[in-house]
Design a protein around this ligand. Structure first.
Ligand code: GLN
Length: 291
């Protein structure tokens, strides 16, 4: 990479250099990202890194760290380099086969838990997570509700493998059934009656994808972002499927784009869903719709 001069003699020099490269690149939290990345490269935690600032860096180790820094400077998200992202207070493995879990999506988990808490307990509680990705939603819900059985669906076998690994890591794999397939089709074909259909489907209008942050547009899976021409393609197919698969009194809770509340609410209402609600996030944008 042009202008990438990297000859740190100590851990402290490596950190300083990384912070200034990241700041020049316009990375939001250059110091935090530099600490997390170098700690990862050295196999220590952040406290360990900060305790080692005066340590000399053998040339080979310095070169290894330099490669990580350059990778980040190409735009590759930090989480794909370290392979980790926190969600719902849990540590998740992520790979480029899955969307990096976003903090906004915790509102979907919170909303789903509130609705599940209110619904009567009638034997098995089957909850589907459509487009499970890393498993952030499925695993968080399974951890919170000990009686929940989760049907984790995805068209991507690679994503399902990541979700399965996260479920195992968090001790909930026996209560999550992983099935490869298109939206809710596997549940409908299997005749499973669901208490809830949760989903954070791809919802970005195809034409807007190029203008997303480079980190997102060039590195995250298109399959998890592309919502067709108007961003609503997946909701349009999912709404009638959910109607068929839900048991009486069941509900949907879906993440939506910042301006998609009315459209998705209308799709649900057209399928006969009642009590359709649009729930805004902390910034006042549409974020979750339920029915
Ligand atoms: N929230 C993601 C983003 O801002 C998009 C997630 C999705 O399409 N489901 O890039």
């Amino acid at each position: 990479m042009n202008g990438f001069v990297w000859k740190p003699a100590t851990v402290g020099e490596a950190l300083q250099a990384t912070v200034s490269f990241f700041a020049r690149q316009g990375i939001d939290s250059p110091r935090l990202e530099a600490e997390v990345l170098l700690a990862f490269g050295l196999g220590v935690n952040r406290a360990g890194l900060l305790a080692a600032l005066r340590d000399r860096l053998p040339e080979e180790q310095a070169a290894g760290l330099g490669e990580l820094v350059q990778k980040r400077l190409t735009g590759c998200p930090l989480q794909y380099i370290t392979g980790r992202q926190e969600f719902w207070g849990l540590d998740f493995t992520v790979t480029p086969a899955v969307l990096i879990p976003r903090p906004e999506t915790e509102l979907l988990v919170e909303t789903a838990l509130a609705l599940l808490g209110r619904s009567p307990k009638t034997g098995d509680t089957w909850i589907a997570d459509v487009g499970v990705g890393s498993g952030a939603i499925a695993v968080s819900v399974a951890r919170e509700i000990a009686t929940a059985q989760v049907l984790a669906l995805d068209v991507s076998a690679a994503a399902l493998a990541v979700a399965r690994q996260n479920a195992k890591g968090h001790g909930v794999a026996e209560r999550i059934r992983f099935v490869e397939g298109d939206l809710l089709n596997p549940a409908i074909d299997g005749g499973l009656r669901l208490k809830a259909v949760l989903s954070n489907p791809p919802y970005i209008p195809a034409g807007e994808i190029p203008s997303l942050q480079r980190e997102v547009a060039c590195f995250e899976p298109m399959l998890a972002l592309d919502g067709g021409d108007d961003g609503l393609a997946l909701y349009r197919r999912l709404a009638p499927q959910a109607r068929r698969a839900l048991e009486p009194g069941g509900f949907v809770a879906w993440e939506i784009g910042y301006n998609q509340g009315r459209d998705v609410a209308a799709l649900l209402a057209a399928q006969g869903f009642a009590e359709v609600r649009i729930i805004p996030d902390g910034q006042g944008h549409d974020r979750v719709v339920t029915g």
